[in-house]
Design a protein around this ligand. Structure first.
Ligand SMILES: NC(=O)c1ccc[n+]([C@@H]2O[C@H](COP(=O)([O-])OP(=O)(O)OC[C@H]3O[C@@H](n4cnc5c(N)ncnc54)[C@H](O)[C@@H]3O)[C@@H](O)[C@H]2O)c1
Length: 362
């Protein structure tokens, strides 16, 4: 068995962390007896510089034609002045839409050795292991009408529209219930049903879908988004799977990210179409680019998600996660998660350490 992986490193620290990801993937492939073939493409600012646009047709074809996409990050100050329609980040939205990736999975797991790196108290965060399932290609980011218009009196009016249909809600609910079944069998569906009609429908459809599709083994609760934001910092351990809309998911997953101490630790998977796309949650980190200071663990954990969700290699995924925990246990830290008395290492060294732990059979 051999898998074709489209590798899109992007800008800033993207290429630095993706390099560690591909090296790791090659290593576990040979350990577990499968093949991987990488094909690289330019996206974001790198593609703008080379071709004048953030995503070209050949790169889109490359992404659609493989078994999975490994993405770094895109954007940076160099391209900040460009019009929104050709900004690097447009490539990300286009890839999600073109690949039909309606579900974004962000696991938030607090590794015990890092529990004190969080801004919250150790006893609050230690043991947190939750999954945010965010709807990714609907809702207010795409709903029509949208835009800014001039009014007769010279002022302006900005509009965005929250829209969800029954099938859009059902398919994301299914992803959440299926994920919960492989975890601790609890789903919190988050909405603002007391104010927004679109999410009143969300609540109604999730409730019916749960009842009518044999998910009786999954405990479902509904939570208003303002309460969820509060519960995430009050008692994050109460959550297993959180399923929510595009906008609420965007905000709540960043809030949940902070429980782990650093954005440099968070992986993500976008699923729904034939090909899954896997990327670290962080951006291009222009402040540390080229300094060998980036934390590669988000990308390394992203590779584990790819192995689990697209390549059917969950044993290899488990081994990577254990190796990350082992490296952290021995006190190795990149600058973003450093603490007193730790063993400070750079991006390349952290990648190498994880590979060493894997070689040692951890
Ligand atoms: N998915 C994406 O491609 C994506 C996501 C977010 C931001 N961006 C883009 O990235 C650029 C910078 O955005 P930003 O500064 O808001 O967010 P960022 O995530 O790039 O950086 C925020 C802070 O976290 C640090 N950081 C991020 N990743 C890290 C890692 N792996 N290791 C160590 N430290 C890390 C950075 O040094 C910085 O201090 C912008 O152009 C933005 O549009 C892209």
């Amino acid at each position: 068995m051999s898998y074709k992986i489209a590798v899109l490193p992007g800008d800033g620290i993207g290429p630095e962390v993706v390099r560690e990801g591909t090296q790791l993937l090659s290593q576990v492939a040979s350990l577990y007896g499968f093949g991987v073939e990488f094909e690289e493409g330019l996206v974001g600012g790198a593609s703008i510089d080379a071709y004048g646009k953030p995503l070209t047709d050949p790169v889109l074809k490359l992404a659609k034609g493989g078994d999975a996409v490994l993405l770094g990050a895109m954007g940076g100050p160099k391209w900040d002045g460009l019009d929104y329609s050709i900004r690097p980040e447009r490539a990300l939205l286009a890839l999600r839409q073109e690949l039909g990736l309606f579900a974004n999975l962000r696991p938030v797991k607090v590794f015990s050795p890092l529990a004190s790196a969080s801004t919250l108290r150790r006893e609050v965060v230690e043991g947190t292991d939750l999954l945010v399932v965010r709807e990714l290609i609907g809702g207010i980011y795409f709903g029509q009408p949208k835009g800014v218009t001039k009014l007769p009196d010279g002022t302006e009016r900005g509009v965005n529209t929250e829209v969800y249909t029954t099938p859009e809600i059902e398919r994301i609910a299914r992803v959440a219930f299926e994920a919960a079944r492989r975890r601790r069998k609890k789903v919190a569906s988050v909405d603002k049903a007391n104010v927004l009609e679109a999410t009143e429908l969300w609540r109604k459809v999730v409730t019916r879908f749960h009842k009518e599709n044999g998910y009786g083994d999954i405990a479902l609760e509904h939570m208003l988004v303002d309460n969820c934001a509060m519960q995430l910092v009050r008692n994050p351990k109460q959550f297993d799977v959180i399923v929510t809309t595009n906008l609420f998911g965007d905000i709540l997953s960043d809030e949940a990210a902070m429980l782990t101490g650093s954005i440099g630790m968070l992986p993500s998977a976008s699923l729904g179409g034939k090909v899954g796309m896997y990327e670290p949650v962080h951006g291009t980190a222009p402040d540390i680019v080229g300094k060998n200071m980036a934390n590669p663990l988000a990308t390394i954990l992203t590779v584990a998600l790819m192995l689990r969700h697209s390549l059917d290699q969950s044993k290899a995924a488990d081994r990577i996660e254990r190796a990350v925990e082992a490296a952290l246990d021995e006190g190795y830290r990149t600058a973003d998660i450093q603490e007193k008395g730790c063993r400070l290492v750079g991006c390349k060294e952290m990648g190498r350490l994880v590979r060493e732990k894997i070689d040692k059979g951890m």
